[in-house]
Design a protein around this ligand. Structure first.
Ligand SMILES: N[C@@H](CCC(=O)N[C@@H](CS)C(=O)NCC(=O)O)C(=O)O
Length: 219
């Protein structure tokens, strides 16, 4: 058993788990992964052994318990990545932090009506005006961030950052639900989906057999 364990939900559906997992991967630390399938008696039986909130993700690192995705991303940055998961430029960092926090607390319609579902494709959900508002906000936010950092690299803030991890599940949704996006954002989606760590996650998600009925949205 490793000293560092990340407890996550199903890779196919658990968007909060993906965010924390990706930051840990990018920080280079070796960690043990424990998958507790969401919405199962097993999850209910075991989650209390790890998580004070009974939610995933939760990180157990040398006796410390760190819960909540954004806290795990920040902890990974400080403890394992030497601060490299935020850019040096304070303006970019401020923008990235605002975006990460907006993702963490916002986009309620996008999250509930278009749940992350990595293995699904060509799903159609009806887009009402409130969902459209979330989609439009997400597209304009990502597009302007990419335009601002285009000279520094392919990620949202140039180099990979916590902001990319927070928005990775949004890219999954763009793909699953066929959301039309501008060219620069389309290129970003392709780059993120072909990242080796993201591919590893996707491959594992496709192999899972669990189905969470309420997260199977769309026709
Ligand atoms: N704010 C939390 C949300 C975590 C969350 O809602 N996790 C879901 C899975 S993606 C969960 O554990 N659901 C199980 C439950 O609520 O019983 C975070 O950012 O980590």
């Amino acid at each position: 058993m490793r000293d560092t364990q990340l407890i996550i939900g199903n890779k196919n559906y658990s968007s909060w788990s993906l965010r924390a997992w990706l930051c840990l991967k990018k920080s280079g630390v070796q960690f043990e992964e424990i998958v507790l399938p969401l919405d199962t008696p097993e999850f209910d039986r075991l989650i209390g052994n790890y998580s004070p909130t009974r939610c995933v993700p939760v990180l157990c690192d040398q006796g410390r318990v760190i819960w909540d995705s954004l806290a795990i991303c920040e902890y990974s940055n400080e403890r394992f990545a030497g601060g490299k998961l935020w850019p040096e430029d304070s303006e970019s960092r401020a923008m990235g932090r605002s975006m990460a926090c907006e993702m963490h607390s916002g986009f309620p319609r996008l999250r509930s009506k278009m749940p992350m579902n990595c293995r699904a494709l060509k799903r159609v959900v009806s887009v009402d005006s409130s969902l459209r508002e979330d989609i439009d906000r997400m597209v304009s936010l990502l597009e302007s961030c990419l335009a601002r950092h285009a000279q520094q690299g392919p990620w949202l803030l140039g180099q990979f950052s916590i902001t990319d991890a927070m928005f990775a599940p949004v890219v999954m949704r763009i793909r699953t639900y066929g959301i039309a996006v501008p060219h620069s954002l389309e290129l970003y989606c392709r780059a993120l989906l072909s990242d080796p760590d993201v591919e590893t996650w996707m491959t594992a998600a496709r192999q899972e057999k669990w189905v969470v009925a309420q997260d199977e949205a769309g026709e």
